[in-house]
Design a protein around this ligand. Structure first.
Ligand code: HAM
Length: 411
């Protein structure tokens, strides 16, 4: 599990701010759901024969019920959507969320056991226009973070009819080669053959490469829907690649499926964003038939892809306006000035340990503050401060009564 120390946390906060800004431009409203849910919810939505449910969930008994730390946000959102009968109150709902998720995966760069996701879900719109808009939103958000060189991969898994026909064809293809598959895949062959296609084991990947393509099983309606997504993406100037082999590790997807791959640096963990349509889940969890689509992104992966320059920029934006450097006899006066500045919306800090000017200046430098405010006996007498811009070294004298406005203007 990953600790965010101040510099990285500042970038995280900035990322979350950008996410809220971009999603609200597309009409999404933020929701918050609990970190734990009944285990059963994940079994029924993500699917029992998936890596997440079979191996990765943090599950415990609270004395009455089996609970699980949420491994993702989609199931929780659907549970909340149904519990509060939102479907009866509005025809289309657009939700955004962010927060920690938990999976007991093998840790690696960009893969943690507690990780943060930002995500979006749309209920009540069968697409295909909204599918493209959701993908566009994901891309525009990534761009707004200053990440370039990403690839958008899309595919369609089709609806129920397509899935059933494809499943049969896949079993027919895989069964004669069963002995060559990994143990996991041999077991999944009958339980959930689609999972064999996204197995990481090299022997499985080799066999999966020759498997029949799902695209040739799409019904006319599925094909028209998928074409519609592509037309809308082109109209939105979102570049994409159709990747017929794209399957994802969760069972709930139908029709549109997509991923956004990062520009490198992340090795196997280069999937920044994963999402798709899941038109059956709401009904399967006891609600009315309601189409749905969404995505989630790994925040730590986004932060890695953002690179140091972007993170520095965000740390700078979060920097203190000023650090007060004061003569020790003036400390009481100085804390009261600091308090007034803070009330006026200025961020300011000072060293109250009675240290020398030199050592206070050192702390001012280290703090990353934009300015040092020097307050000695001359300044106290004249009711002013020396305002020193720490990066350029430029200095000016400002009356204390005008200080807050001057520091805000200098941001
Ligand atoms: P997912 O593909 O399981 O989909 O996860 C989405 C993203 O979360 C991944 O692409 C990755 O960036 C990040 N992620 C996943 N696991 C980890 C990990 N262990 N460490 C760091 N980052 C990770 C979902 O979660 C679906 N709920 C997405 C969705 C929403 N589909 C429809 N609506």
């Amino acid at each position: 599990m990953h600790d965010f120390l101040p510099k990285e946390a500042a970038a995280l906060v900035q990322l979350e701010r950008t996410f809220r800004e971009v999603t609200s431009r597309y009409g999404f409203a933020e929701v918050r759901t609990p970190l734990v849910e009944h285990t059963e919810l994940f079994l029924r939505s993500i699917g029992e024969v998936t890596d997440i449910v079979e191996k990765e969930m943090y599950t415990f008994d609270d004395g009455k019920k089996s609970l699980t730390l949420r491994p993702e946000g989609t199931a929780s959102c659907v549970r909340a959507y149904l519990q509060h009968s939102v479907h009866g109150k509005e025809s289309v709902s657009k939700w955004a969320y962010l927060g920690p998720m938990y999976r007991r995966e093998r840790p690696a760069k960009g893969r943690y056991r507690q990780f943060f996701q930002v995500g979006c879900e749309v209920y009540g719109d069968e697409g295909p226009v909204v599918d493209a808009e959701v993908i566009e939103l994901a891309v525009r958000f990534i761009e707004a973070l200053g990440i370039t060189g990403v690839r958008v991969l899309i595919n369609s898994l089709g609806g129920e009819e397509t899935r059933a026909a494809y499943r049969d064809a896949l079993v027919d293809y895989l069964t004669p080669q069963k002995d060559k598959l990994s143990e996991d895949s041999q077991r999944r062959l009958t339980l959930n053959p689609l999972r064999v296609l996204d197995s990481k084991a090299p022997q499985d990947q080799e066999i999966a490469a020759g498997a029949p393509q799902l695209s040739s099983f799409l019904t006319e309606e599925d094909t028209a829907h998928f074409k519609g997504v592509q037309t809308a993406l082109s109209a939105l100037n979102v570049e994409f690649e159709v990747e017929y082999r794209l399957v994802r590790g969760l069972d709930y997807y139908t029709r549109t499926l997509f991923e956004v791959k990062g520009p490198g640096d992340l090795g196997n963990q280069d999937t920044l964003c994963g999402g798709g349509r899941y038109d059956r889940m709401i009904e399967e969890l006891g609600g009315p038939k309601t189409p749905a689509i969404g995505f989630a992104m790994g925040v730590e992966r986004l932060l890695i892809s953002m690179g140091d320059a972007q993170k520095e920029k965000h740390a700078k934006e979060a920097a203190l306006d000023a650090f007060l450097v004061v003569g020790s006899e003036l400390e009481t006066q100085a804390i009261s000035i600091a308090s007034q500045l803070r009330s006026a919306g200025v961020s300011v800090d000072l060293d109250g340990r009675g240290r020398s000017f030199k050592s206070q200046f050192r702390r001012a430098d280290k703090s990353g503050a934009r300015h040092a405010l020097v307050f000695g006996s001359d300044e106290a007498e004249a009711g002013v401060m020396q305002v020193k811009h720490l990066e350029s070294g430029k200095q000016s004298q400002v009356p204390i009564s005008e200080l807050a406005d001057a520091l805000i203007a200098a941001r």
